[in-house]
Ligand binder design. Sequence first.
Ligand code: OFO
Length: 164
Amino acid sequence: MNKEIEAAFNDHLNAELYSSYLYLSMSNYFAAESLDGMTSWMRIQADEEHVHGMKFIDFINERNGRVVLQQIDTPKIEWSKPLDAFEEAYEHECLISSKINTLVDLAAKHSDHAVIAFLQWFINEQVEEEATAMAIVDKLKMIGDNPMGLFMIDQQLSERTAEA
Ligand code: OFO
Protein backbone atom coordinates (compact mmCIF):
# COMPACT_ATOMS: atom_id res chain seq x y z
CA MET A 1 0.00 0.00 0.00
CA ASN A 2 1.28 3.46 -0.89
CA LYS A 3 2.73 5.01 2.29
CA GLU A 4 0.99 8.35 1.87
CA ILE A 5 -2.37 6.63 1.46
CA GLU A 6 -1.61 4.31 4.37
CA ALA A 7 -0.92 7.27 6.67
CA ALA A 8 -4.06 9.08 5.52
CA PHE A 9 -6.13 5.91 6.05
CA ASN A 10 -4.75 5.54 9.57
CA ASP A 11 -5.70 9.14 10.30
CA HIS A 12 -9.13 8.59 8.84
CA LEU A 13 -9.83 5.45 10.80
CA ASN A 14 -9.08 7.51 13.90
CA ALA A 15 -11.66 10.07 12.70
CA GLU A 16 -14.27 7.31 12.30
CA LEU A 17 -13.54 6.01 15.81
CA TYR A 18 -13.77 9.57 17.12
CA SER A 19 -17.18 9.85 15.39
CA SER A 20 -18.23 6.75 17.30
CA TYR A 21 -16.99 8.31 20.55
CA LEU A 22 -18.74 11.60 19.84
CA TYR A 23 -22.08 9.92 19.14
CA LEU A 24 -21.71 7.67 22.16
CA SER A 25 -21.20 10.80 24.22
CA MET A 26 -24.30 12.39 22.67
CA SER A 27 -26.21 9.18 23.44
CA ASN A 28 -25.24 9.48 27.08
CA TYR A 29 -26.23 13.15 27.13
CA PHE A 30 -29.68 12.13 25.83
CA ALA A 31 -29.85 9.38 28.47
CA ALA A 32 -29.23 11.99 31.16
CA GLU A 33 -32.08 14.04 29.65
CA SER A 34 -34.42 10.99 29.71
CA LEU A 35 -34.78 11.07 25.93
CA ASP A 36 -34.79 7.33 25.39
CA GLY A 37 -35.41 7.40 21.62
CA MET A 38 -32.49 9.76 20.99
CA THR A 39 -30.31 7.75 23.36
CA SER A 40 -30.96 4.61 21.35
CA TRP A 41 -30.70 6.38 17.94
CA MET A 42 -27.27 7.83 18.80
CA ARG A 43 -26.07 4.55 20.27
CA ILE A 44 -26.85 2.83 16.96
CA GLN A 45 -25.10 5.68 15.14
CA ALA A 46 -22.04 5.20 17.37
CA ASP A 47 -22.03 1.48 16.58
CA GLU A 48 -22.18 2.21 12.84
CA GLU A 49 -19.22 4.56 13.07
CA HIS A 50 -17.28 1.87 14.86
CA VAL A 51 -18.03 -0.46 11.95
CA HIS A 52 -16.80 2.24 9.55
CA GLY A 53 -13.51 2.34 11.43
CA MET A 54 -13.26 -1.46 11.18
CA LYS A 55 -13.82 -1.28 7.41
CA PHE A 56 -10.72 0.91 7.14
CA ILE A 57 -8.74 -1.48 9.34
CA ASP A 58 -9.75 -4.47 7.22
CA PHE A 59 -8.89 -2.67 4.00
CA ILE A 60 -5.44 -1.56 5.22
CA ASN A 61 -4.68 -5.13 6.30
CA GLU A 62 -5.97 -6.61 3.05
CA ARG A 63 -3.66 -4.32 1.09
CA ASN A 64 -0.67 -5.29 3.21
CA GLY A 65 -0.54 -1.94 4.91
CA ARG A 66 0.09 -1.42 8.61
CA VAL A 67 -2.64 -0.28 10.94
CA VAL A 68 -1.42 2.25 13.50
CA LEU A 69 -4.00 3.01 16.17
CA GLN A 70 -3.81 6.54 17.47
CA GLN A 71 -5.20 8.24 20.52
CA ILE A 72 -8.88 9.10 20.29
CA ASP A 73 -9.79 12.63 21.41
CA THR A 74 -12.15 13.08 24.35
CA PRO A 75 -15.53 14.21 23.06
CA LYS A 76 -17.55 16.87 24.82
CA ILE A 77 -20.27 15.60 27.14
CA GLU A 78 -22.85 18.37 27.37
CA TRP A 79 -25.07 20.17 24.89
CA SER A 80 -27.51 22.92 25.74
CA LYS A 81 -30.41 21.22 23.98
CA PRO A 82 -31.08 18.26 21.63
CA LEU A 83 -31.09 20.57 18.60
CA ASP A 84 -27.51 21.64 19.38
CA ALA A 85 -26.36 18.03 19.57
CA PHE A 86 -27.98 17.11 16.24
CA GLU A 87 -26.65 20.27 14.59
CA GLU A 88 -23.19 19.30 15.75
CA ALA A 89 -23.72 15.75 14.47
CA TYR A 90 -24.69 17.20 11.06
CA GLU A 91 -21.62 19.45 10.98
CA HIS A 92 -19.45 16.54 12.00
CA GLU A 93 -20.81 14.44 9.14
CA CYS A 94 -19.99 17.27 6.70
CA LEU A 95 -16.44 17.30 8.06
CA ILE A 96 -16.14 13.52 7.59
CA SER A 97 -17.47 13.88 4.03
CA SER A 98 -14.79 16.42 3.22
CA LYS A 99 -12.14 14.11 4.67
CA ILE A 100 -13.41 11.27 2.46
CA ASN A 101 -13.25 13.58 -0.56
CA THR A 102 -9.63 14.40 0.29
CA LEU A 103 -8.86 10.67 0.46
CA VAL A 104 -10.39 10.18 -2.98
CA ASP A 105 -8.22 13.00 -4.34
CA LEU A 106 -5.14 11.37 -2.81
CA ALA A 107 -6.05 7.98 -4.30
CA ALA A 108 -6.57 9.63 -7.69
CA LYS A 109 -3.15 11.30 -7.41
CA HIS A 110 -1.62 7.84 -6.98
CA SER A 111 -3.96 6.24 -9.57
CA ASP A 112 -5.03 3.72 -6.92
CA HIS A 113 -8.38 2.58 -8.31
CA ALA A 114 -8.90 -0.07 -5.62
CA VAL A 115 -8.81 2.67 -2.99
CA ILE A 116 -11.22 4.81 -5.00
CA ALA A 117 -13.62 1.83 -5.32
CA PHE A 118 -13.39 1.20 -1.57
CA LEU A 119 -14.11 4.86 -0.80
CA GLN A 120 -17.16 4.90 -3.07
CA TRP A 121 -19.20 3.13 -0.38
CA PHE A 122 -18.31 5.90 2.08
CA ILE A 123 -19.24 8.63 -0.38
CA ASN A 124 -22.73 7.17 -0.70
CA GLU A 125 -22.98 6.58 3.05
CA GLN A 126 -22.09 10.21 3.78
CA VAL A 127 -24.83 11.50 1.46
CA GLU A 128 -27.31 9.44 3.47
CA GLU A 129 -25.89 10.39 6.86
CA GLU A 130 -25.85 14.12 6.13
CA ALA A 131 -29.45 13.95 4.89
CA THR A 132 -30.62 11.97 7.92
CA ALA A 133 -28.98 14.32 10.42
CA MET A 134 -30.31 17.38 8.58
CA ALA A 135 -33.86 15.96 8.57
CA ILE A 136 -33.74 15.59 12.36
CA VAL A 137 -32.30 19.11 12.74
CA ASP A 138 -35.16 20.47 10.61
CA LYS A 139 -37.78 18.72 12.73
CA LEU A 140 -36.22 19.92 15.98
CA LYS A 141 -36.18 23.48 14.62
CA MET A 142 -39.83 23.14 13.66
CA ILE A 143 -40.96 22.14 17.15
CA GLY A 144 -38.89 24.81 18.92
CA ASP A 145 -39.52 24.62 22.67
CA ASN A 146 -42.65 22.49 22.44
CA PRO A 147 -42.23 19.54 24.89
CA MET A 148 -44.94 17.47 23.19
CA GLY A 149 -43.15 17.86 19.86
CA LEU A 150 -39.88 16.77 21.44
CA PHE A 151 -41.63 13.76 22.98
CA MET A 152 -43.00 12.78 19.55
CA ILE A 153 -39.64 13.10 17.78
CA ASP A 154 -38.04 11.06 20.55
CA GLN A 155 -40.68 8.37 20.01
CA GLN A 156 -40.00 8.38 16.26
CA LEU A 157 -36.25 8.06 16.74
CA SER A 158 -36.74 5.09 19.07
CA GLU A 159 -37.94 3.13 16.02
CA ARG A 160 -34.51 3.04 14.43
CA THR A 161 -33.05 -0.45 14.39
CA ALA A 162 -29.45 -1.47 13.84
CA GLU A 163 -28.57 -2.36 10.23
CA ALA A 164 -28.17 -6.07 9.68
FE1 OFO B 1 -20.79 9.07 9.49
O1 OFO B 1 -18.99 8.93 9.26
FE2 OFO B 1 -18.56 7.22 9.11
O2 OFO B 1 -18.28 7.40 7.34
